[in-house]
Design a protein around this ligand. Structure first.
Ligand code: ADP
Ligand code: MG
Length: 258
């Protein structure tokens, strides 16, 4: 098994001539938490969408587990174990927390339309669903409607529904965006927990989160890779500091905001 789980070569995305992602070479080591950071508009979300096949590349190649996935569809790569966390809109607010995870398990096993199944069969999923809820710290909320959860706990539920797909590699786009301080701490602990035994690629704006979580960081600016390395190395890089100047005081000051 190769040390590199995900790799891109010359990954490029143009929107009607505007180059949002330019010739990006990424190498994500198996079993690590890899951060993709950069100022607003750097191309982070576009990269994320390219890697998860929500957008086609204009040029370049994406290799996952030694296999060219450049032209696969999101469902194909999910089956290969490369899974992006769902958006909050994929959490059904009028179902309970437990029902949401149960539904994700049914979908993962290809039984998404088995609503007619007797309750006893659905119950089979419940013990696995409860395990996943325990993993994300939501056990006591199992019977609550998902819509009643705090924003941070909704993200935790979203991660539980992602874990239902048993990913080898998880991609998270700004999991702490818009969160209060307490929720940020909770999500950081959660990401660290779910990263055990898998690989995580994290797009994140909050540099404090990146510093605390990531083994390796790729810094993007205007669509290109500016620097790569651990936090200490990239944060000392003058190009990185310049890219953040005026857009985010975090990288040189040692503190960050979301
Ligand atoms: N669908 C699109 N059409 C045209 N331009 C886009 C589209 N998506 C993103 N862009 C542009 O690409 C650049 C990178 O955007 P994005 O990947 O969202 O950056 P980030 O997530 O780093 O803030 C921005 O200039 C943005 O306006
Ligand atoms: Mg973004």
């Amino acid at each position: 098994m190769s040390d590199t789980i995900l790799e891109t070569e010359g990954m490029t995305k143009e929107f009607r001539g505007f180059v949002a992602v330019s010739d990006v070479r990424l190498q994500v080591r198996r079993g690590t938490i890899h951060g993709l950071i950069g100022p607003n508009g750097a191309g982070k979300t576009t990269c994320f969408n390219l890697l998860t096949k929500f957008l086609p590349v204009t040029r370049g190649k994406i290799i996952y587990e030694g296999r060219d996935i450049t032209n696969l569809k999101p469902a194909d790569i999910a089956r290969l174990g490369l899974v992006r966390s769902f958006q909050i809109s994929a959490v059904f607010p009028h179902l309970t927390v437990l029902e949401n995870v149960r539904l994700a398990l049914q979908r993962a096993r290809g039984n998404s339309f088995d609503f007619w199944r007797p309750e006893s069969l659905l119950k089979r999923y419940d013990s696995r669903a409860m395990e996943l809820l325990e993993d994300v710290g939501l056990t006591e909320y199992a019977r609550h409607n998902a819509g009643e959860l705090s924003y941070g706990r909704k993200r935790a539920l979203e991660i539980a529904t992602t874990l239902a797909l048993e990913p080898t590699m998880m991609l998270l786009d700004e999991p702490t965006a818009g969160m209060t301080h307490d929720d940020v701490d909770r999500i950081v602990a959660l990401v660290r927990r779910v990263a055990a035994g898998r690989t995580v690629l994290l797009v994140e704006h909050n540099l404090k989160v990146v510093e605390g979580l990531c083994d390796t960081i790729t810094v993007l600016a205007r669509g290109s890779v500016l620097a790569q390395g651990d936090y200490a190395t990239v944060s000392r890089n003058p190009d990185v500091q310049a890219a953040y100047l005026g857009t985010d005081p975090g990288i040189s000051g040692g503190t960050a905001h979301g």
